[in-house]
Structures are given as C-alpha cells and as structure tokens.
Write a protein of this length. Structure first.
Length: 274
C-alpha cells in the first residue's frame, strides 16, 4: 500500500474512533425529569421516582434502605425538604436529597463527641433538635453547591469545602490536582500539608522556600484558623526560621536547609561555650 494511502487510512480510523467516543459521551443517560403536579408534594415526588432508590439505581430497596425508611419515612422527609424550599428537579436531586438521611443518621451516632460540628453548624451544644435541623440545612446547601459546580463543568465529581466556616467551595474533577497548605507560625513557620493532591518533596520544598508554583496544580493556602488566604504568601524567609542574615538563601533543597540549620546550631553552641 502506498505511503499516502496508509496515512489517509490512519487519519480515517482516528476520526471514526473520535466519533464513537463522542457518541458515547453524548448519549450518556440523563436524569429523569420531574413532570408531576405543581406545587410539589411528597406523594407526587415519590410517585414520579417510585423506581429509583436513594442510591440512584432502579434496584429493589435493600435492608439498609428499609431501615432508613423506618427511621426517616420518605413522605415525612420530603415534607421537611419542601418546607425548606427545596425543589426536586430530577432523579439526581431525588437521590441526592434523600441520601442526606443516611448522613444524618450516621452523624447522630457521635453528635455529642464532635464539637467542631457544632461550631460549623452554628448551633447550641447539647440541643439535638437544633443540631438535626442545622445538619439538614448544611447538607442541602452542600448538595446545591455540587449541583451548581456540575452545571458549570460536567466533569466535576465532587466539591470540597474549605475555610473555618466550610464555605469556600472547591470543585474537583477526576483530573484535578490541588493541595492545601496551612501556614502556621510557632517558633518560626511550620507547614502542615493536607488535601487532594500529592506533591513530591521537591515540589513542596520549592513551593514553600522558593515560591515556585508546581505546574498544573491548584494551591490553596490556609491560615492557622483554616481561613483561606486571599493571596499567595511570600516564600519562607531566613527571619521566619530565626536564621542569621549571612546564611545562603534560599536553600537548594531539604538537605541543604538541614545543613544550614546544623551549621547555625553548631556556631551558636560554640559561642555559648565561650
């Protein structure tokens, strides 16, 4: 086969493959829309999504779902949501809002032992009824943030909530790479790392000591109270680590920094011995 024909054949095959992939992407089954009477009622919603469980499938309810229905009957639960101005637009909404029941049930297993939850929800300690109500409000808000993020980007798979009040919304896709960096100041600067990404030791060091942003990553900086910092902080300085002005800076790597600190410590010990 002539070379030109081979090239054309390869191009044609690639175009066919792209068309097949696009077809699968376009024909992804959409959620079932609510087309029942308005204003919505628990009974009308349950009838519209009678064949969909809280997991979003059409399988028969499991024992777990049956137990959950006994604790929070679907009709009563939906009325709570409607009273909070929730609108069930489709089967995704139905599954998402109904699944809050299980989160609430699990949360109540340790509701007294998690004081940070009380602060997040802004309710008085030891008031279970207020806790339940605040928990439901918070989870409704969280689901709505996820829904909004997915509308903007269909590749979003979840959202993370950062900040002292948990109100900073970070949409996450399967390809997202992000890291949270907490800046604390105690005997210099100590840095706590957490989050969805896994920066290498070199990336982490270059970021903190040289201000070099790792390519392709989203870095979110937090202060000691977990507030999201509006701007990227300056790299760590000599002064932050209480090092003298004559030491080389910035250090090349972690090993170099350890050598600097070791040398400064040795000098200070010699001066103290005199």
């Amino acid at each position: 086969m002539p070379r030109n024909m081979k090239v054309l054949l390869i191009i044609a095959l690639n175009l066919c493959l792209c068309a097949i992939v696009s077809c699968f992407m376009i024909t992804e089954e959409p959620p079932v829309k609510y087309e029942g009477p308005q204003p919505q009622t628990p009974e009308a919603i349950l009838e519209a999504f009678a064949d969909i469980s809280i997991t979003g499938t059409k399988n028969p309810p499991s024992e777990w779902v049956k137990q959950l229905n006994e604790i929070y009957p679907p009709t009563e639960w939906l009325q709570i949501l409607l009273d909070k101005s929730v609108v069930i637009e489709d089967s995704d909404d139905f599954s998402g809002y109904m699944s809050i029941r299980n989160s609430l049930r699990n949360s109540l297993n340790f509701w007294k032992s998690k004081p940070e939850r009380w602060r997040l929800y802004g309710v008085q300690y030891n008031d279970r009824e207020a806790y339940e109500d605040a928990f439901i409000d918070r989870r409704i808000w969280e689901y709505q943030q996820l829904k909004t993020a997915k509308r903007k980007n269909r590749n979003v798979v979840r959202v993370d909530f950062l900040g002292a009040d948990g109100k900073t919304v970070i949409p996450i896709t399967n390809s997202s790479k992000y890291e949270t960096v907490k800046i604390t100041k105690h005997k210099g600067i100590g840095v706590g790392m957490s989050g969805g990404g896994k920066l290498s030791e070199k990336q982490r060091f270059d970021l903190l000591y040289k201000g070099k942003h790792p390519w392709g990553w989203k870095i979110i900086y937090l202060d000691e109270a977990n507030n999201v910092l509006p701007e990227k902080p300056d790299p760590i300085r000599r002064e932050d680590l209480r090092l003298p002005a004559d030491v080389p800076w910035p250090p090349k790597n972690r090993e170099h920094l350890d050598q600097i600190i070791e040398e400064v410590t040795r000098r200070e010990n010699l001066e103290n011995d005199r």
